[in-house]
Write a protein that binds this ligand. Sequence first.
Ligand code: UGA
Length: 421
Amino acid sequence: MAELGHEVLGVEIDDAKRAALSAGRAPFHEPGLDALLATHVGTGRLRFTDSFAEAGDFGDLHFLCVGTPQSAVGLGADLTAVVDAVESLAAQLTRPTLLVGKSTVPVGTAARLAERMAELAPVGAAAELAWNPEFLREGFGVEDTLHPDRIVMGVASERSEQVLRTFYADAIAGGTPVVVTDFATAELAKVAANAFLATKISFINAIAEVCEAAGADVVDLADAMGHDRRIGRAFLNAGVGFGGGCLPKDIRAFLHRAGELGVDDAMSFLKQVDDINQRRRAQLVQTATELLDGNLVGKRVCVWGAAFKPGSDDVRDSPALWIAGQLQLGGAKVIVYDPQAAHTARQVYPTLEYAGSSIEAARGADLILHLTEWQEFRELDPAEVGAAVARRVLLDGRNVLDAPAWRAAGWTLRGIGRRPA
Ligand code: UGA
């Protein structure tokens, strides 16, 4: 927002994160973000505080960007942070303001929050709410924020729409499509998009199982399907499945909310989407065990990748780490290497061993698992890695390594849903 020319005050109540941000550093890995933070903290256009009173004083327009993780007691979303932030800010709103929700929330949340704001804000109904979900992808957060592919505005008044149109004027002038709608549709537009993406991934992973049984190749098949413009090639990459802080918890929260609304039958396929995704992980552990002659005990397994996807140090619900953890529980010695996520992975799985490079992790390995498709893994020399391992056996859980090149260097390489060599 500072890059777009706005004066910005960020509220962050975690002291360590606020200190990093105030020093111009993101508290997580996101390409391009540190440079932007450093620039705009430097110019003074971007500042951070822990004070809602200061925020209330400062802003005409507030964005609510807090997380909505899966509840500790079920499938639904935990809205504690959203409610706390709205209540803390509302109490400070003494002049007409627009609060814009960006967090992913169960449908119906915005309507409730709007009522709560009107109750708490000293300015009353002049403190308005709008819902404007974000669709940015981790690893492309800067790009997707500066150049969104659509802007969804869930609004309750003409004034709110005008404020948002002014805020997004550059993107709109640049041709970004705008959908103006009500709160409920805007909330659903986000969860439905994530549910669709998750369904696409589980669809191709289910097809991958059929390919394996039928001796077909899921990558050729996805290419063939993807040429159909109605389908598209994106999100048809079979592999260890989806993870992260969004897709898994969003489909569960959607399913949960559908149940509350009495339409659980309509959304029951999402349970299958989740099950297919979980099964992929378990099947990979099984295939790894087979490649180790049915016995994990004492075997050395190298895992390339810990983040839930490349370009991020986020390990929330990461397939790579889940698989690494299961193999360790089965008795294997697991050595993990990730270009960015070792520090976050260590917090969740401190008992795994972490190496400083791909080759170091591979040293003496009986099996290598490629589970997060960082570009650097594609650039490795199969002969050099071959000289480090005990056995040249590689399971490509993302189907992106150059199989012919690895096989030519004497490797046994298996993919997911790939034609057998
Ligand atoms: C996802 C959505 O793509 C964003 O549009 C949305 O804004 C965001 O969630 C959110 O709700 O905040 P993200 O979690 O960053 O973004 O990650 P994705 O790029 O969607 O990937 C999710 C998972 O699917 C990753 O584990 C990735 O490896 C996996 N994936 C993706 C596949 O297994 N196959 C594919 O073909 C594509």
